[in-house]
Design a protein around this ligand. Sequence first.
Ligand code: WTA
Length: 708
Amino acid sequence: MIDKSNQWSDCLIELSTMVVPGSQHIEDKMYHPPEGLQKDAHVPDFNCYLELYKKSIEEPDAFWKEVASDFYWKKPPTGQILQYNFDVTKGNIYVKCMEGATTNMCYNVLDRNVKDKNLGERVAFYWEGNSPDHHEAITYGQLLGQVCRCSNTLKQMGVRKGDRVAIYLPMIPELVYTMLACTRIGAVHSIVFAGFSAESLCERIMDSQCSILVTADGVYRGEKLINLKQIADEALEKCREKASATVTRCLVVKHHALRTQDGDVANTLQVGPDFDQNTDVHLPSTRCPEYGRSSTIYHLPSTIYHLPSTIYLSEVMGQVSEHCEPEWLDAEDPLFILYTSGSTGKPKGVLHTVAGYLLYTSLTFKYVFDHQPDDVYWCTADIGWITGHSYITYGPLANGATSVLFEGIPVHPHVGRFWEVIEKYRVTKFYTAPTAIRLLMKYGLDPVQKYDLSSLRILGTVGEPINPEAWHWYHEVIGQKRCPVVDTFWQTETVRDTFPFFGVEPTILNEHGEELEGEAEGYLVFRRPWPGIMRTLYGNQERFENTYFKKFPGFYVTGDGCRRDRDGYYWIAGRIDDMINVSGHLLSTAEVEASLTDHGAVAEAAVVSRPHAVKGECLYCFVTLKDCREFNRTLVDELKRQVREKIGPIATPDFIQNAPGLPKTRSGKIMRRVLRQIARNEKDLGDLSTMADPKVVEVLFNHRCETA
Ligand code: WTA
């Protein structure tokens, strides 16, 4: 049976808004986009959408060839555009797009715009810092120059085609420079969200054996200074302890020092305890004569080698050429790895490849946001997540779009910051997450009404199901009833949008793998691939097949539950596996449980979700203590801190409850359904006949946490 524990399962809005500007169906009411918007849209009406959709399914080759004709291919494809096997019983799972073709992502998103389309003067990014006083406009021409310099820098550090580069940076232009530089020289970026802990960073660096780490000295998020370099040092130290020190260089962006004019990193930020100052190579800022001639000049004698040498990115970038020939890659060469939570607790390195990702992000961006040349587009995600990869960097740049790149947070220096930024840049398309909407709703109308939001044309949402209350506020207060809201469902793995985008064929299965017709509820699966679907889990094809393809041979299994209503609309009901969606970020219960049981006092832990007014869901943890350990406030604080430090602030539990015993089946399996009901104070627990010791339930109800 499908677990309907998700709080919104019975009040979701549907996701049919892919036809931009499409109609939306909320709580049994249809909302249509304004006529003016519809008239000039890429897909003006539903019939046009149907026609294109039909072509994408019935003649995929012709459809994708046409999309590909917009881009530059050094060599054309040799065979069918899409080749695949989606059936584990017939051999290994694979997907190939544009096989035989060679191309370069960076060339397509930058050089093609600057040279072929004459967009060198167009603004690619309005960078808006954490403080409203810090901002900068970067044109396509400037971006290309900086990316080439960064490419040459990476090359001089010894980075070659196929090497993995770990990027641990805040939302600053250098993040975009570095990721695009990797794609230019054929290196594979692995971006780690700058809110992750040293442990999480280390785990990701080790899994993909990165040879270089790019980070920044520090960054302010709101009022809080985050010492990124120190966290990065701790991560590298941990890698070394685990005898897995693959990183040989650490490139550091002087961001904090520059922005605050506080001077050098070492003066403003505390240096970590394991950090050996001798290993820091501070390049002279005025000259660097030997640079590039010897690949060993930054190597230090192994006796004092504790951490890789630190090199300041800007200083090297200033010394190298702003021209760099792109590396021509095979269509199916890896583009990047991005880690997402896995139900075993170990994050999964989702791998995307060059051609398919280019075609798919550019097309989804163009149609879902109905991109027009005069748009100013703003996606508030962080590039450290897939939404940022696809819809801050690649999709918009492939379309020659002008975007806002925002370093800050929605409530700093005041709670109207989002609306202030929209007014400042005359943003026309705005893409954010339900959790941000719910947070900002709390402050009422005043902070919104101070600003002019009349430039807005289309609003988007992503990351988790949006509840009707948040949808209405977004539509009425922000969109002033004038802007369609596009709800885009997709995953790190899938890079797709809503119901259903071109090339996507969703269906619903029951527990036995039988397809359900008409009105139905069950597992959301896909029958075939499209260009932007993941290719494998880095270094672990077996886990890839087991996770997504084994349960129902012939289908990609999303892990989400879904309902189709009588009109054929799909409503996403949320995760049906052991993942919890906190503020639009997926967390694995197993990973949180592992960091709780790492604590000396904890014998066993079980983590479930509980509804939360702003985050959507939050973590509710049951811990069974070892004999003679006492459950008290200090321990709760310690445990929360431990999870925060091990995984990152987003994983901080809201509730930790004492569980002298856990409800288990006779075979010893923890009954999470029961725990979820206890967390939500639902007294009617249904059938408990499989439970080994039903008495534990009453004890758990007695120890329930009412408030966080
Ligand atoms: C959930 C984020 C409902 C879903 C892009 C999915 C959504 C998981 C939506 C992927 C949406 C994402 N409505 N649920 N519009 N968008 N989800 O990999 O459970 O971080 O499986 O990618 O987020 O999360 P991920």
